[in-house]
Design a protein around this ligand. Sequence first.
Ligand code: PRX
Length: 656
Amino acid sequence: MVVSGSTIDSLLRENERYPPSDAFRTRARIHDDAVYESARKDPEAFWAEEARTLAWARPWAKVLEWDPPFAKWFVGGRLNVSVNCLDRHVATARRNQAAIVWEGEPGDRRTLTYHDLWRDVNRFANVLKGLGVGRGDRVTIYLPMIPELAVAMLACARIGAVHSVVFGGFSAHAIRDRMEDAESRIIVTADAGYRRGNPLPLKRTVDEAIAGLDLVRHAVVFRRAGIEVPMREGRDHWWHDLMEKAEPECEPEAMDATDPLFILYTSGTTGKPKGVQHSTGGYLVGVATTTKYVFDLRDDDLYWCTADCGWVTGHSYIVYGPLANGASVFMYEGAPDWPEPDRWWRIIEERDVTILYTAPTAIRAFMRWGDEHPKRHDLSSLRLLGTVGEPINPEAWRWYSRTIGGGRCPVVDTWWQTETGMILITPLPGTTTTKPGSATRPFPGIEAEVVDEHGRRVPVNRGGYLVISKPWPGMLQTLYKDPERYREVYWSQIPGKYFTGDGARVDEDGYLWLMGRIDDVINVAGHRIGTMEIESALVSHSKVAEAAVVGKPHPVKGQSLVAYVVLKRGEKGSDALKRDLQKHVREAIGAIAVPDDLYITEKLPKTRSGKIMRRVIRSIVSGQEIGDATTLEDPGAVDEVRKWLQEIEGSRGDRR
Ligand code: PRX
């Protein structure tokens, strides 16, 4: 899709500046800008120096082999990620320090020291081996936010298996697709997880997902909620039974730095999710380094990233980055407003959380729920705040800084993606003067630019495409089993540069302002959803002929989903059918993909060549003018859109 600079020109202009306080700066790991210059001069040396802080079974021969668009980092080097996240710390005084401080939604608490976690990971690694899992095999993980999720991931890493974590909110259908694509013969799950007071029956969803899927040999089930679940003889095993029988120690596999560590499926612009594949060595160097500097991690921190491990944020900034640094990580299972909208603030007060990393959508929800909830709690343990997942509006940024951070904590707005693996654009809290709403500048060693469709840098304050100009250690290696799609999606738009799919502008100080996706991917409540995926789910319903799904601005979620559906000839629309369509999407993908608004219409506006004009629909639902670009694309389109507008005017307000 081609977007002219003017169509995505940003309206945001913020002049406020927040320099780091002297108190923060003097204690910070990085307190001046010298690192930017040295990393810029020799990025490979910068990354190599960071890599040397990790434990390697064999040193690398070459920092980077760049055969565009395929990068190999730390070629020849061998390491094990679980050794770096656990054994290294167990050998020091960290042994008895908290690795994971966990709270379940019902209020149950567990703390796993580094040694505890090491023990569980070793045993579970042996469990996996006992079930026939070896180097390179794919293991699907579908668990609630309990410590066993980290245990399962690290156990895979220990034996060189490749995990594919599927977010607990995804449907049976989505699990099945991902297991088939990954050719995964084993799934690790739980009887249930808690969400708003109710057990969410994960095992039941797994049963449905793997019914008749001959590929799947084993399901390991952790007993979390104690609900009744059917166990199929020979295929299903209780976690605790296997753990009890497993040997206590498991020799870690020395993996090549370029071996895959995991696959994580994410939405793109087609109906089929992409299996983003990350490496072992480069990825670990990338997440360990960014965790250390972006969060200014210290030994006495209790660090809380509120993401779910089902998303990349949980992989990089709950499990691998923090544990590689020997941090104490707080982990919470449930909903932020359960039983009351002050749950998070109560946790921070009771547990002395020092760093909070969350998403703008959560911040906006808390703003709505009212200041009285955070005000009721002592949040003075906090010293740093972070956000990720979508652009943060300056108002939410200020509220976060003031109401949660007490005006004392730096706010780091971190931009990155499932594909980038690690944070790429972010302030460094001890040195960067922040501006509310800007992710500021690239991390040391990263080169980002904003360009037009020909790859030329756009002038100051003009919108363009955000591209990353050089490879970085945490970058995806490829799309699983689909290197051609990898090349096409990320490296063909602007030759030689990584295409992020985001619009951005650079201001007069060189600060980057992210402006959201410029493709058919929508960011709903910080989660990336491909409109094509939802459209194909809708079209798979027996009564649907065509569908168009677009995003529209939403005060809390950032964007919400709007679907226009054309029925097959002879079919009649009704509220019952709309509900059925929503259920259909929930079953095909999951609750996160269900459109908030669903309209049944006679037809969709199309170009002469028959393409649905999604951009036009998007402008209309967002209350904007229909841009010139559209009319230029196809002169007949204007009439077409007018007719369509007249038709939908009648059905507007006719929600769900
Ligand atoms: O549009 C950008 C937005 O989230 C997209 C990546 O989504 P996903 O792969 O699901 O990963 C989310 C967590 C890393 C990006 O293309 N995004 C992420 N962080 C920011 C952001 N947009 C603006 N500002 C951010 N800080």
